[in-house]
Design a protein around this ligand. Structure first.
Ligand code: A3P
Length: 289
């Protein structure tokens, strides 16, 4: 990797990895991208289960048939709207298009808000997001990393990580939670009941799948199956960019791993910051499934 290039792109206060983003690509997503009524968006703050939802949406789209998810990389099946390669590529895709995004609500394509497009916003408890992001930064050559976990928590709470503050991201998107075109899910809900969650997603999308197809979605989107699928486990990415010997991309896939990383003091500091930031927000997480 060319270390003389800056690691990050900054757009309206949000930091993104320069490896796959540019100011132009994000401006295009926000200002020029035309959302279509049948588009389906997979919206997340990073490390909240984006890849998992990419797999689930692909499999639902294919009526449970895993051929597509085993032959095409996840980032091509459900590409990120804000990334450099998205523009021309997404315009050529037939409807319904499956599209991912980490953009905060304030930078989302303007045409989304007047469309009938559907969006699933998945949230994950932020202590686990912080741990997952720590390992992701450690194994990636394209992200800022602080070896000291305490310093990394400070960066996370200050929003000095990719896609900015978790708190702002979640609060921004939760404002749309009552829209009939937005489905709010938690990573922990999926962990507890993947079958029920897939059924809910199908209902939301108006997709009537028979039970064997639902079973296939659940089986093929399980952590163990995804870990073996090179079209989703990121082993196609060169080691110089993601070193999976340092930490696998599909790392643990559990809830509550924060307890193995936060000291009691760090946890209390995090909780206090959470209370201050989320005082007015009605959202419940399970912190330790
Ligand atoms: P961990 O690092 O805690 O293991 P994203 O796709 O947004 O980058 O999120 C990555 C996180 O989602 C990783 O968390 C990864 O292991 C987890 N994940 C991906 N697929 C999963 C699955 N099928 N079941 C549970 N967790 C999954």
């Amino acid at each position: 990797m060319n270390r003389t290039k800056p690691l990050s792109v900054h757009y309206r206060g949000i930091t993104m990895p320069a490896l796959v983003h540019s100011e132009q690509s994000v401006r295009y997503a926000q200002q020029d991208f035309i959302v279509r009524d049948r588009d389906v968006f997979n919206l997340t703050y990073p490390k909240s289960g984006t890849t998992w939802m990419q797999e689930i949406l692909t499999l639902i789209h294919s009526d449970g048939d895993p051929t597509w998810s085993r032959s095409v990389p996840s980032w091509e099946r459900v590409p990120w709207i804000e990334q450099i390669t998205a523009a021309g590529y997404l315009e050529m895709r037939p409807c319904p298009r499956l599209i991912s995004s980490h953009l905060p609500c304030s930078l989302f394509p303007k045409t989304f808000f007047t469309s009938q497009a559907k969006a699933i916003y998945m949230i994950r408890n932020p202590k686990d997001v912080c741990v997952s992001l720590y390992y992701y930064a450690k194994m990636s050559s394209f992200l800022e990393f602080k070896e000291d976990f305490g310093e990394f928590i400070d960066m996370f709470l200050a929003g000095k990580v990719l896609f900015g503050s978790w708190f702002d991201h979640v609060k921004g998107w939760l404002r749309l939670r009552d829209s009939k075109n937005v489905l709010l899910l938690t990573y922990e809900d999926l962990l507890k009941d993947l079958q029920g969650s897939v059924t809910r997603i199908c209902q939301f999308l108006g997709k009537d799948l028979p039970d064997p197809a639902i079973d296939s979605v659940v089986q093929n989107a399980s952590f163990s199956t995804m870990k073996e699928n090179k079209m989703v486990n990121y082993t196609l990415v060169p080691e110089s960019i993601m070193d999976q010997k340092v930490s696998p991309f599909l790392r643990k896939g559990i809830s509550g791993d924060w307890k193995n990383h936060f000291t009691p003091e760090q946890s209390a500091q995090f909780d206090q910051f959470y209370q201050e930031q989320m005082r007015e927000v009605d959202v419940k997480f399970s912190w330790d499934t």
